[in-house]
Design a protein around this ligand. Structure first.
Ligand code: F6R
Length: 340
């Protein structure tokens, strides 16, 4: 049941703190398995990360992090699995909320045949993808009824951050406070995300720009608003926007900038370029503020992605609701995609 919430989507966004808390506790209790997985990653020739939709965005986030740490990691969109030939010595990480997405399943079957080992991260015990994996990691987000992934995306990010900490020999205890940060963020941004969502709902097109690790989050923000509010939104690496996309920008064109605090100065340049053409600027910033945005959401966190995640979801939710749509049942979409 919706337990007093108007939609499952908003209920599930509010369940994100618990989903993350349960997942982190689960990972701590399975620390030997997580360490084994981390060793496999350390010893692999290449780490291929595969997923679809939102799960692909979580995978891209992790893959970029691995690349930064010096690993050879290749992110692949599940339905494009045929472009990659795996080899013995490779390891593939399959990320899927349902654990049933057919393209992910086909992808890991192919890679397994080619000699790769498979790790899975799913939200359903003994899901099809888990059953075909050498190592099974589970999120404990609980059932997600809304078609749009919300708490499960935040939980995927938390799981992958945990894995990154273990890979680096970092301190996993600091992840125990993540759930509190998510709860505080949701309380803090509910009003302002509603205001932004209402404004964006009136637009025909939106750019979501990010750089570095905020790019996958920009991609997720664009996917979410497109999916449930039916507003065309495109995510771009902010620097790349100069190479074509900016020609669309005119007075009132909305640009959402996701700033995780790492590349703020460069993003600020992109903001100014957009602003000079009349763009309406919305920024979601963590740890470092931006200047000259029309509306800025500002947060602080050691784990920027985790607090940005509910913000982009709430913006999409309020955009959908303000247009009178049911965000739980976007047209043309199924929760689990089992056809190629
Ligand atoms: C978007 C969304 C989809 C799924 C995708 C993969 O909100 O929910 O893009 O993320 O269909 O599904 P799973 O994670 O079950 O493999």
């Amino acid at each position: 049941t919706k337990e007093g919430y108007p939609h499952f989507m908003i209920k599930e966004i509010h369940e994100s703190p618990k989903a993350v808390k349960d997942t982190i506790e689960g990972f701590i209790s399975e620390i030997d398995l997580i360490k084994e997985v981390a060793d496999e990653i350390k010893n692999a020739n290449r780490i291929i990360v595969i997923g679809a939709g939102t799960s692909y965005h979580a995978g891209l986030y992790f893959s970029l992090q691995l690349q930064r740490l010096g690993y050879t990691s290749i992110p692949i969109i599940a339905s494009e699995y045929y472009n990659l030939k795996a080899k013995k010595g490779d390891i593939a990480l399959a990320i899927s909320q349902s654990g049933e997405t057919i393209d992910v399943l086909q992808g890991i079957r192919k890679m397994k045949n080619e000699g790769a080992k498979i790790i899975s991260l799913t939200n359903v015990i003994e899901s099809a993808i888990a059953r075909e994996s050498d190592y099974k990691l589970y999120m404990k987000a609980g059932p997600e009824i809304g078609v749009a992934a919300t708490k499960t995306f935040t939980t995927q990010l938390a799981s992958l951050l945990f894995l990154t900490e273990v890979l680096q020999g970092g301190n996993i205890n600091k992840l125990e406070k993540l759930h509190q940060e998510i709860r505080d963020t949701i309380t803090k941004v509910e009003g302002i995300t509603k205001r932004i969502g209402e404004k964006l709902s009136k637009k025909a097109n939106i750019y979501y720009l990010g750089r570095g690790l905020s790019l996958p989050l920009a991609m997720e923000g664009a996917l979410k608003i497109k999916e449930i509010a039916y507003v065309h939104a495109e995510a771009y690496p902010a620097g790349e926007s100069k190479h074509g996309p900016i020609s669309l920008v005119e007075k009132g064109f909305p640009v959402v900038i996701i700033n995780d605090g790492e590349l703020t100065d460069l993003l600020q340049n992109n903001l100014m370029e957009m602003k000079a053409r009349g763009a309406e600027i919305y920024t979601v910033s963590v740890n470092k503020k931006m200047k000259d945005s029309d509306i800025e959401i500002y947060l602080e966190s050691e784990f920027p992605a985790i607090v940005i995640s509910p913000v982009i979801q709430l913006i999409a939710y309020y955009a959908s609701v303000s247009k009178g749509y049911d965000p739980d049942k976007p047209r043309n979409l199924a929760k689990t995609v089992t056809v190629e």
